[in-house]
Design a protein around this ligand. Structure first.
Ligand code: PRX
Length: 577
């Protein structure tokens, strides 16, 4: 039976009154100044994310409320209250200060999902440092590139990750003064001996707080700079898009090595004073259903790849569990197929609410909110404080597309608090992201007559695999380091579960012949350099790669040929196709 295009919300069915009963009305009445009034600010003036996230509650009625419930890979859960998290992060801040970390220094954090990660990130923010969280599945190469681009002064990691990822490139990161291994006896001693109080550095709303790396089509990763003032947007979007209420048990499944895991796995839920679930383990269908049930998760923020993996695991596993407490489910990071929205309705008893944002936007911009009717396949509507348009670029400006259902580029009116303030050291690249007042997202979308936005695709060659953005250039560079490789071109190949998998095409230097053994060698080389999250899953050999006359590899053509699609405009192709 065909499914209806709309999932209607019945106000009588809400278990708690949604924070945003009428998105359109709230948008008309909203101002960022009023949203900022909900923040406390530092005693004596200034704004610091860690104060809003932790200290404010630690010195108030929520001091003994559980901030984080940590589920280790094996063993019993551990609860960390707001008061405890304040003490733990203060100790970390004292240790960092003792190592000479001052306002503006870059502190990189490469840990799995362990309690020390949260203390380290919040402690570094308290010091006024700029925090750059790294994904623990990054190999040595992406790590080194980022630490060097960001001039990292301290790297916080674990013994195991140090041995596997850091040690071999440590000498190639000249700005690093200290590597703190949180489970190493010396660091443990330092932390235990550190005072449990700390006066938060007097940062202001425009002082940098986070450096989040993201990937473009060309060149090395871009370090998007985010400021302490962003917390106003994290708080507002936590309220509007995730519908957080004080007694919620919230689970954001994203790793804090990516911006979703910091903005919505650390900042937003803590700023709301709710309890967050932190699961150290990797995805496992049975474990995830058990978490939802046994932890009494009320609000769940996850990703399309995870949902598709649950769908793939089958309904029998799901039927063993019940989710009476769950009341709101949202997803981000890649297109959410209508099938997945309906799966939520059938298996969890709730539709999945898709929302959209980017590393550059710092927080959720477009969302299906709790009270809105859901159109499966749509990203929803712009949140209060966000103005979104569909445009066509033209020489010297933009043409705003008013006609509904017309494809164009998604743009946002600049000025929301969590907007990135620059790409570190790349002023020109930053400037190119704007046309007048508008921030150009690089995503293609359309808006329907009811004001819902629909994702169409990306305007560039960046790859989205399991929700993670991967720059083809970074992968190509690592492959080119192999002595057999003459040239490399990397594309995203559509995949039913993870969205896209990284596929590389390589041509070989004279004296090397394609073959299974070399393919395995190249796969292993890439995996060792880049780590599992970034390395290609497939490698194909080619005589030569198609290039433009200016010498750029035509990834689009590689992709079209891979998919058997029309090859498009080949007028810039160099030589015979
Ligand atoms: O292409 C869009 C896709 O992910 C990109 C942003 O990636 P990243 O910076 O890693 O984002 C981290 C925070 C989510 C976007 O430009 N994307 C994000 N959300 C959606 C999406 N594509 C389709 N539907 C979405 N809901």
């Amino acid at each position: 039976m065909p499914r209806p295009p709309l999932i209607r919300k019945d106000p009588a069915g809400f278990r708690v009154a949604p924070n945003l009963p009428d998105t359109d009305a709230a948008r008309a009445a909203f101002s960022w100044d009023s949203a900022r009034a909900g923040l406390q600010g530092l005693p004596g003036g200034g704004l610091n994310i860690a104060h809003e996230a932790v200290d404010r509650h630690a010195h108030g009625p929520r001091a003994n409320h559980v901030a984080l419930r940590w589920l280790p890979v094996a063993g019993a859960a551990r609860d960390i209250t707001y008061a405890q998290l304040a003490r733990d992060s203060n100790r970390f801040a004292n240790v960092l200060r003792g190592l000479g970390v001052v306002k503006g220094d870059a502190v990189f954090v490469l840990c799995g999902r362990i309690p020390q990660l949260y203390a380290a990130v919040l402690g570094a923010l308290k010091c006024g440092a700029v925090v750059s969280p790294m994904f623990s599945a990054f190999g040595p190469e992406p790590l080194k590139t980022r630490v060097n681009l960001g001039a990292g002064k301290v790297l916080v990691t674990t013994d195991a990750l140090y041995a596997r990822r850091v040690k071999k490139v440590e000498a190639e990161m000249p700005t690093l003064r200290h590597v703190l291994r949180v489970d190493d006896p010396e660091t443990r001693g330092l932390l235990e001996g550190a005072p449990e109080s700390f006066t938060v550095e007097r940062t202001g709303a425009e002082d940098p707080a986070f450096l989040h790396f993201t990937s473009g089509t060309t060149g090395m990763p871009k370090g998007a700079v985010h400021v302490h003032g962003a917390v106003a947007a994290h708080y507002a979007t936590g309220r509007f898009a995730l519908d957080l209420h004080p007694e919620d048990v919230f689970w954001c499944t994203a790793d804090p090595g990516w911006i979703t895991g910091t903005s919505y796995g650390i900042v937003a839920p803590l700023a709301h004073g709710v309890t967050s679930i932190v699961d150290e383990a990797e995805f496992d269908a049975e474990r995830w259903y058990r978490n939802l049930q046994d932890q009494g998760v009320t609000v769940w923020y996850t990703a399309p790849t995870a949902i598709r993996l649950l769908m793939k695991a089958g309904a029998d596993i799901a039927r063993k569990y019940r989710f009476p407490k769950l009341r709101f489910v949202a997803s981000v990071g890649e297109p959410l197929n209508p099938e997945a929205v309906w799966w939520g309705q059938e298996v969890l008893g709730l539709p999945i609410h898709d929302n959209w944002w980017q590393t550059e936007t710092g927080g959720i911009m477009i969302a299906n909110t709790a009270a809105m009717d859901v159109k499966p396949g749509s990203m929803g509507k712009p949140l209060p404080g966000i103005e979104a348009r569909i445009v066509h670029r033209r020489e010297g400006g933009l043409d705003v597309v008013d006609a509904p259902d017309t494809e164009g580029e998604l743009v946002l009116r600049a000025g929301w608090p969590s907007m990135f303030r620059g790409y570190l050291g790349q002023e020109e690249r930053y400037r190119k992201c704007f046309a007048g007042d508008w921030y150009l997202t690089g995503d293609l979308a359309r808006r329907d007559a009811d004001g819902y936005f629909w994702f169409v695709g990306r305007a560039d060659d960046v790859i989205k695999s399991a929700g993670h953005l991967i720059g083809p250039f970074e992968v190509e560079s690592a492959l080119m380091e192999h002595p057999a490789v003459a040239e490399a071109g990397v594309i995203g190949k559509p995949d039913p579960v993870v969205g896209e998998v990284v596929k590389a095409f390589v041509s070989l230097k004279a004296g090397f012949a394609p073959g299974e053994e070399l393919r395995m060698q190249l796969l292993a080389h890439a995996r060792k350099r880049l780590g599992a999250a970034v390395a290609p899953k497939e490698i194909a050999f080619a005589e030569a790669l198609p290039r433009t006359r200016s010498g750029k590899i035509m990834r689009r053509l590689l992709k079209a040929r891979e998919l058997g699609l029309p090859e498009g405009d080949l007028s810039t192709l160099e030589g015979p196709a």
